[in-house]
Design a binder for this molecule. Structure first.
Ligand SMILES: CC(C)(COP(=O)(O)OP(=O)(O)OC[C@H]1O[C@@H](n2cnc3c(N)ncnc32)[C@H](O)[C@@H]1OP(=O)(O)O)[C@@H](O)C(=O)NCCC(=O)NCCS
Length: 157
């Protein structure tokens, strides 16, 4: 399976939302309750606002067979905020390819470290990429629901 990674474009809004929604509803649902999942991935989205948020960061998409199957990003101050892979394409190195692009971007920006708030589901993958847990956020809240995650860091130097 060949994976290519390129910068996000506004035409990717729908496919990235779909990857986000399915990654949470299908993949992360094994680690969180139905209430937590519904708050994290609500049924509907304002795609224009979603596009604005993706465009505000350095966002990368992964393409497999011509289809956008995942995305990740980094802000100018080193927060990797999003890492989502559509379950159809999971377990085949898509997240690794995305994080490699994010790390390269962080170096280009002159950042010395990346931070992320990793879900329970994503923590093992981030650990494989060299991130270390700094602390557990047991009180993290999304739309009124408690959705615990972990603060993790990677030195990029
Ligand atoms: C976490 C997620 C992004 C991983 O995407 P993926 O494309 O399936 O990951 P990859 O195939 O690139 O695997 C990444 C590495 O993590 C490892 N890994 C992934 N899940 C693992 C698990 N549960 N336990 C142990 N290792 C795991 C893989 O073996 C791989 O290691 P390797 O490259 O050394 O072989 C994807 O499952 C997802 O979108 N999850 C739900 C949404 C979510 O929680 N996103 C993060 C928000 S912070």
């Amino acid at each position: 399976m060949s994976i290519s990674v390129r910068s996000y474009e506004s035409g990717d809004a729908e496919a990235t939302w779909e990857a986000y929604f399915r990654a949470i509803r299908d993949t992360a649902s094994k680690d969180y309750s139905a209430e937590q999942i519904a708050a994290w991935a609500p049924e509907s989205v304002d795609l224009a606002e979603w596009n604005e948020r993706r465009s505000a960061a350095h966002t990368f998409v992964a393409v497999v067979g011509g289809r956008v199957v995942g995305f990740s990003d980094v802000t100018g101050d080193g927060l990797l905020d999003m890492l989502f892979v559509h379950p159809d394409a999971g377990g085949r190195g898509v997240a690794r390819a995305l994080v490699e692009a994010v790390v390269a971007k962080a170096r280009e920006l002159g950042l010395s470290e990346l931070r992320t708030h990793a879900s329970r589901t994503a923590r093992p993958a981030f650990e494989r990429f060299g991130f270390e847990v700094e602390r557990a956020n047991d009180q993290n809240r999304i739309r009124g629901q408690n959705v615990p995650n972990y603060d993790m860091r990677l030195t990029v130097g």
